[in-house]
Design a protein around this ligand. Structure first.
Ligand code: BGC
Length: 345
């Protein structure tokens, strides 16, 4: 243990380059080509790891969030008859694992490689009681950059006491290049006929509703900005898109399926996200306000990046009708998400 903080670079045959630090398992940079072969860094973040560590107002740039990503209402849940109280850090609620979540700890890192990929395996032991969660949880996150231009994120965990777990990746993308303005002209498709509406504190109301005839119908390509300011109570609650979409999975709830596709008409870059998870949080960077200055010295504007956080649904430990997030001793938590990069003319 006590590995020092460092940064590793993964490269592939397509000329893509991904940088990862073992502080927070943060992806600090992704260089990809546009339609003309020009390279840009398409993820928001800072130049120095210290800037992630010292950030006062954490936007979770690039990080793995956990033990439970997203919100748990009032930081409380019941499990096997006991009530657990978690650290609260978002109004009265628990967000992204608490005050010192997986985004703010040092992971053990080991470079790996194989046929057609370079990777980094990161492990972390989350102690029994950490941020209020039960059980010693051994977590492993593996990043693999393949020659097919996919960044594969594999999450694994085991525990010695029953605990909720819901890991995700919180990278903010701007396919025109970080710091190059808003993402409102990016065109998005989300493979979801339904979503989970939220209250004013962004806690799911427990219902699953159709996206039909709402600004949440992203089943066919739509610029992110087209309806983001439409009069709609859910957009008001989220201050834009900040919602969990229930992915269309057919009869196979754990199948690897398309979650979302985003196209930037300016650069031609395309990001496709595939996941085994049942949901994706589409967050349109509503809390960015120009105060944070990124890697190229430019301010990160309101809606200057978007996240596609593949996940189980927020507040699942308190929502009996949502898919289960409880991991028990003897079980293996294992889930994968692929980010595929390409460009079109
Ligand atoms: C949440 C937002 C939150 C953001 C933190 C997203 O995953 O859905 O509500 O503000 O993370 O930067």
């Amino acid at each position: 243990m006590n590995q020092s903080i460092d940064t590793w670079t993964l490269k592939n045959a397509a000329g893509t380059e991904v940088k990862v630090t073992n502080y927070g398992a943060i992806i600090t940079s992704i260089l990809t080509k546009d339609r003309h072969g020009n390279v840009a860094d398409v993820v928001l973040g800072y130049n120095r790891v210290e800037d992630y560590i010292n950030a006062v107002d954490k936007p979770y740039f690039g990080a793995v969030v956990g033990r439970c990503g997203n919100r748990i209402a009032k930081g409380k849940f019941m499990l096997d008859g006991a009530t657990y109280t978690l650290a609260t850090n978002n109004n009265a609620n628990h967000l992204h694992g608490g005050v010192i979540g997986f985004d703010s700890v040092v992971w053990e890192a080991k470079p790996i490689s194989g046929a057609g990929y370079q990777g980094l395996a990161l492990t972390y032991l989350s102690q029994d009681g950490e941020e209020g969660y039960p059980g010693n949880l051994n977590v492993k996150v593996t990043y693999r950059l393949t020659d097919d231009n996919e960044l594969i994120v594999e999450y694994e965990a085991t525990t010695d006491k029953a605990t909720p777990i819901n890991l995700t990746q919180h990278t903010y993308f701007n396919l025109a290049g970080e710091g190059s303005g808003t993402i409102l002209d990016h065109e998005v498709i989300i493979n979801a006929d339904r979503y989970t509406p939220i209250d004013v504190e962004s806690i799911p109301m427990g219902t699953i509703e159709s996206v039909k005839s709402t600004p949440f119908d992203l089943t066919s390509s739509k610029p992110i900005g087209r309806e983001i300011n439409a009069p709609n109570q859910q957009l008001e609650h989220g201050l834009g898109y900040d919602h969990n979409f229930v992915l269309n999975k057919g009869d196979s709830p754990d199948a690897m399926t398309l979650a979302a596709r985003v196209y930037d008409p300016k650069s031609g870059r395309v990001l496709e996200v595939f996941t085994e998870e049942p949901g994706v949080q589409f967050y349109s960077g509503n809390f960015l306000d120009g105060r944070l200055v990124g890697k190229s010295g430019k301010p990160y504007l309101h809606r200057g990046g978007f996240c596609l956080e593949t996940q189980h649904f927020p507040d699942s430990p308190n929502q009996p009708d949502f898919p289960n997030t409880i991991l028990r001793p003897g079980e293996n938590y294992h889930t994968k998400t692929h980010f595929r990069f390409s460009s079109i003319n």
